[in-house]
Design a protein around this ligand. Structure first.
Ligand code: ADP
Length: 439
């Protein structure tokens, strides 16, 4: 009974924690990534300033004149050390000066291959910092226009700054993994804590529920004996009515009928209370299901005749398997009796029993008043009764809830198809290998 509520609570808890963790982690990651990139760009522009001034004055920039030694960039996170060799021969910042027509204003730096130069030609235009890939390595690139003054003549040039950002990219990738691992771990912990919290939260509810169920079971049980005695006495009185007026007979008859109805209601309530308390047992026995179904249909047939209904039965031979025969009898009788109650004279009722993939399937159909689509989801609720004005049938509204409980306790399912004014079809499917299961 509380199994579903418990897992729903855990699921909601975990979902909320996962959402909070994800938003928090993604915000931190985005903030760090933007900060890192901004810092890198600012740094690059600052480093480029002396180069820009040199080029403006018409001289060769120092970085081009003297290529620095190959450098090793070290990335360090969680104590792990990696060595990244730049494709641009380890240059922390590479500089190339272009003419606007895409030719080199100074000889290409030695650490760039001719294919690198060809690739970079595509970016010879003023550019804000952006990421490109050279020799499968991520590179940040910026292009700044300058006017160089060479012997009194002003010439427009483009200074291109390049930085290998493998270290930053790998750091961000690691950060993404850590963020992801953090979210997974957080959700795992949230599920574990959620289970403990849900169990704690359900303790008082479980106790109140148990008390309520116990009360209904006790009350139904205690009321059964006096009711049985009233029923027996009124029945005895009805057998000794000599000298009574019609009114007296009718009154006692009324008492007898209502007592019968009440004791049926009490029996149903007791069954439901026991099913809620998980004390109602389903006694699975290896049963000849075909014979059981035929026996039920034979018992039901006279009732159909009395109500002037045609009853068709089709039972596949040789179906055997583990079911509780008494409970299944209750299911089929309830469904057949409903079909009878809600079908008017000369209507038809059909019962089929077949074996479909290790499950037994019963279909009970009628050509009765049908069920309104808005009621279809509610007919299995306790005490729910459809619009009584559509039929003269009297009932208690508990039959289908008991049917559903029995079917589900067998590990099966029940479905209904209906069209108002055309009839209804109840399909019961029970797997034959399933052992007793509490709902
Ligand atoms: P009861 O039959 O005692 O009213 P049930 O739980 O068996 O209670 O059924 C609930 C309601 O479902 C009925 O009141 C009726 O409106 C609807 N119902 C069930 N079976 C049929 C059927 N075969 N045809 C039409 N309506 C049905």
């Amino acid at each position: 009974m509380f199994w579903r509520t418990r897992w729903r609570l855990v699921l909601w808890n975990s979902l909320v924690v996962a959402c909070i963790l994800s938003i928090f982690s993604i915000s931190i990651y985005s903030f760090l990534s933007v900060q890192l990139t901004n810092n890198m760009d600012r740094n690059m522009i600052v480093q480029l300033q002396p180069v820009l001034q040199t080029v403006q004055s018409g001289k060769k920039p120092p970085a081009l004149a003297e290529p620095p030694q190959p450098r090793v960039l070290r990335g360090r996170l969680l104590g792990q050390q990696r060595t990244i060799i730049s494709p641009l021969n380890g240059q922390p910042l590479g500089v190339i000066v272009w003419r606007p027509n895409g030719t080199l204003a100074f000889p290409a730096p030695k650490y760039l291959t001719s294919s690198d130069i060809r690739q970079l030609q595509a970016y010879v235009r003023p550019l804000r910092p952006e990421n490109i890939t050279i020799e499968q390595q991520p590179v940040r690139l910026v292009v700044i226009p300058v006017n160089a003054n060479v012997a009194g003549i002003t010439r427009p040039l483009l200074v291109m700054g390049l930085r290998n950002i493998s270290g930053v990219v790998e750091t961000l990738q690691e950060l993404r993994w850590i963020t992801f691992a953090g979210i997974v771990l957080g959700v795992g912990i949230a599920i574990a804590i959620g289970i403990i919290l849900a169990d704690q939260a359900l303790v008082p509810i479980r106790k109140a529920w148990d008390r309520q169920v116990q009360f209904v079971a006790d009350a139904s049980h205690e009321l059964r004996t006096p009711l049985a005695s009233i029923q027996a006495n009124s029945e005895w009185l009805l057998g000794h009515t000599e000298g009574w007026s019609d009114q007296q007979v009718q009154t006692v008859h009324g008492i007898f009928t209502e007592t019968k109805r009440l004791s049926r209601l009490l029996n149903l309530l007791l069954t439901l209370a026991r099913s809620d308390a998980n004390t109602a047992q389903i006694a699975i026995k290896n049963t000849d299901i075909s014979s059981l179904t035929k026996e039920i249909s034979e018992q039901f047939s006279p009732l159909c005749e009395a109500s002037e209904l045609q009853f068709h039965v089709q039972v596949e031979e040789g179906i055997t398997g583990g079911i509780d025969p008494d409970r299944i009898r209750q299911v089929l009788f309830n469904l057949l009796d409903n079909a009878r109650k809600f079908t008017s004279k000369n209507g038809q009722i059909a019962l089929t029993c077949t074996l479909t993939r290790r499950s037994v399937q019963w279909v009970i159909s009628d050509t009765g008043i049908g069920i309104n689509p808005s009621e279809l989801t509610r007919i299995f609720d306790r005490f729910y009764q459809g619009d009584s004005s559509r039929s003269n049938a009297s009932g208690l509204g508990l039959g289908l809830s008991i049917v559903k409980w029995i079917v589900e306790a067998h590990g099966g399912s029940i479905h209904v198809r209906s069209q108002e004014g055309q009839g209804s079809q109840f399909i019961v499917l029970i797997p034959l290998r399933i052992q007793n299961r509490d709902s």
